[in-house]
Design a binder for this molecule. Structure first.
Ligand SMILES: Nc1ncnc2c1ncn2[C@@H]1O[C@H](COP(=O)(O)OP(=O)(O)OP(=O)(O)O)[C@@H](O)[C@H]1O
Length: 256
């Protein structure tokens, strides 16, 4: 079964900007896919449409068997529980502890704020949060405030929070863009190890082609809102990747 299906999705913003133009792709359960593209190619818009933060203008998006395209926020909520997200800027609550941030990953399951607050959370959730922190190698920092961590550590906490959620699909939006090369590589290695061992489906947005060639099994590429590349990594050449970064319409007469 496909974990994610994007069918002829277009997005035109109110000011007339066409960010996505009839984009289609499927991701099978357990597949690890990297979405690449230059600045403004439509990657974040795709992320927002899949995660329900933006509505598509046309086309359909399925998460598993659920069509999500025109759902209200309320109806989208139970579907979003299955989707773990990792963001460029970590999205932690910085005046709270590392442990509390990870516990908040269980919020989608209970929807009761108290049940995911450290003093009131169940023993089971507290143990699970510690296990998630152990998996990312940060259990020794559980009590520290999140703003007292390095960027790489903050992203590992965000990965632990995502694990706490037991997601079926992981969406990662430029997870290493705010990190230096060493920390970025460590975070990618950790993320990929975890999705591999738990057989999670992942769509990871990146703009670094070298990293994409190391971690993706399959790469898809956007250029000016259009899907211009979708293939197994082994079939993709440097030229294919370079093509993603050309201003094709204006200079090269339309490779797309
Ligand atoms: N809310 C908005 N209103 C109007 N135009 C928008 C809006 N959000 C994005 N865009 C435009 O849509 C296009 C795609 O933007 P998007 O942020 O999806 O690209 P991106 O590939 O994620 O870029 P980056 O790598 O710089 O984050 C751009 O031309 C952008 O200016």
């Amino acid at each position: 079964m496909n974990a994610l299906s994007v069918r002829e999705v277009s997005k035109v913003f109110k000011d007339g900007t066409e960010a996505l133009s009839e984009v289609s792709f499927d991701i099978k359960a357990g597949e690890g896919v990297v979405l690449l593209g230059h600045n403004g190619s439509g990657k974040s818009t795709m992320f927002k449409c899949i995660s329900g933060f933006e509505k598509t203008s046309s086309g359909e998006i399925y998460i598993g068997k659920d069509e999500t395209t025109f759902l209200s926020d309320r109806k989208y909520r139970p579907i979003r529980k299955k989707v773990g997200m990792v963001f460029q800027n970590f999205h932690l609550i910085y005046n709270l502890s590392v442990f509390q941030n990870v516990l908040f990953g269980a919020m989608g399951q209970s929807r009761n704020f108290l049940k995911v607050s450290a003093p009131f959370a169940s023993k089971k959730d507290r143990e699970k949060a510690m296990d998630c922190l152990k998996r990312v190698g940060l259990d020794h920092l559980a009590k520290r405030r999140s703003d007292q961590l390095s960027g790489g550590q903050q992203q590992r906490v965000a990965i632990a929070r995502m694990l706490m959620q037991d997601p079926e699909l992981v969406l990662a939006d430029e997870p290493i863009a705010s990190l230096d090369p060493k920390a970025g590589r460590e975070v990618m290695e950790l993320l990929w190890e975890i999705v591999d061992e738990r057989k999670l489906t992942v769509l990871c947005i990146l703009h670094q082609t070298d990293i994409a060639m190391e971690f993706g099994e399959r790469l898809i590429g956007l250029n000016k809102g259009k899907l211009v590349l979708d293939d197994a990594k082994k079939n993709i050449s440097k030229d294919d990747l370079n093509m993603l970064y050309f201003n094709v319409d204006e200079k090269h007469g339309g490779i797309v």
